[in-house]
Ligand binder design. Structure first.
Ligand code: F6P
Length: 344
């Protein structure tokens, strides 16, 4: 078969591991031929692709980012977009597509498969928020980097007797904040799934200061809702899927904390730092397992389905189920956060 691969949405450590495994098994086991569309769905619309050979993929599973580059292109919103995709695939003799992406990218895969284009999905996001899968590759790397940052910020916060608010990505889900906050031993962990109570945050910090710990670490997810403000965004622009750029809650929260407590407070936004660099061994492995399953899905003609991790098994579900809603933190994780907090 001739198969097209693409990566859409924000990049994510482990994408190249998926590409590596899918192409390697496809060529070696099935005798497939591969093309990689560049810049996500944009590359399909523009007929912009590179051949993916064994030589091209050598060693890429170790690397961060995506060798295919990425974009947030919403084919559904482009007049004639679906027909253009059909045309380009036909012109290149492409039998099937493997789309690596989060819910936005997969909503396009779904629309294309509903229009009769053979395609399967692989879930991708550092945010770990895709419905129906227990873990997405990239999350482990993001948590490792964010945790290291929290560790490093601890020593400077301690030296200067300061509170430091550390903002992390995650969009509307608090997985990265929860995991890095707890692993890094933050005094306060704030996730979008729960409302922020500034009085409570101040009391938690004050509890420690009153007992001789003259610094504080607060980890906040970018998607948290600030009282009377809501989500904090940068600029007025939204992407082609209607998402605003979440960023800045850490700085706003630091001001509120300093005002309320009188403690000197700073903020750091880890932003894209946690998305860059090479994937952890776990993500290299998970990405390759997803890739191996995806190529089997193509040969089993599982169109409109997406690979998922259930427990320790890689299996698949419909893309419709995966994009129906986001996977959020639940009570079990809230309990971890509150059980580790001071009782104030
Ligand atoms: O969805 C992944 C993600 O990294 C989110 O955590 C974040 O809000 C967003 O992408 C940032 O996107 P961009 O790279 O377009 O700024």
């Amino acid at each position: 078969m001739k198969i097209g691969l693409l990566t859409g949405g924000g990049d994510c450590p482990g994408l190249n591991a998926v590409i590596y495994a899918a192409v390697k098994k496809g060529i070696n086991k099935y005798g497939d031929e591969f093309v990689g569309f560049l810049n996500g769905w944009r590359g399909v619309l523009d007929n912009n692709w590179i051949p993916l050979t064994l030589e091209k993929i050598d060693g890429i599973q170790l690397t961060g980012g995506t060798i295919l580059h990425s974009s947030r292109t919403n084919v559904k919103k482009i007049p004639g977009g679906i027909e253009k995709v059909q045309e380009v695939l036909k012109a290149n003799g492409i039998d099937a597509l493997i789309a690596l992406g989060g819910d936005d990218t997969q909503s396009v895969t779904l629309a294309l498969t509903e229009a009769g284009i053979p395609g399967v999905g692989v879930p991708k996001t550092i945010d770990n928020d895709i419905n129906g899968t227990d873990a997405t590759f990239g999350f482990d790397t993001a948590v490792a980097i964010a945790t290291e940052a929290v560790d490093r910020i601890r020593t400077t916060a301690d030296s200067h007797n300061r509170v430091v608010v550390i903002e992390v990505m995650g969009r509307d889900a608090g997985w990265i904040a929860y995991a890095a906050g707890v692993a890094g031993g933050a005094d306060v962990v704030l996730v979008p799934e729960l409302p922020i109570d500034i009085d409570h945050v101040s009391k938690l910090l004050k509890y420690n200061y009153d007992r001789g710990k003259h610094y504080g670490l607060v980890v906040v997810a970018e998607g948290c809702h600030l009282p009377d403000v809501g989500q904090v965004v940068t600029g007025a622009a939204v992407d082609s899927f209607g998402h605003a750029r979440l960023s800045g809650i850490g700085e706003a929260l630091a001001d509120l904390i300093e005002e309320k407590t009188g403690y000197e407070t700073r903020s750091v936004n880890l932003g894209h730092l946690v998305r860059g660099g090479s994937p952890t061994a776990y993500d290299r492995l998970l990405g390759q397992r997803y890739g191996l399953h995806a190529i089997d899905m193509v040969h089993d003609q599982k169109w409109g389905r997406i690979a998922v991790l259930k427990g320790t098994d890689i299996t698949d579900i419909t893309i419709a189920e995966a994009v129906a809603k986001n996977r959020k933190l639940d009570q079990r994780f809230f309990d971890v956060i509150t059980d580790l907090e001071a009782k104030v």
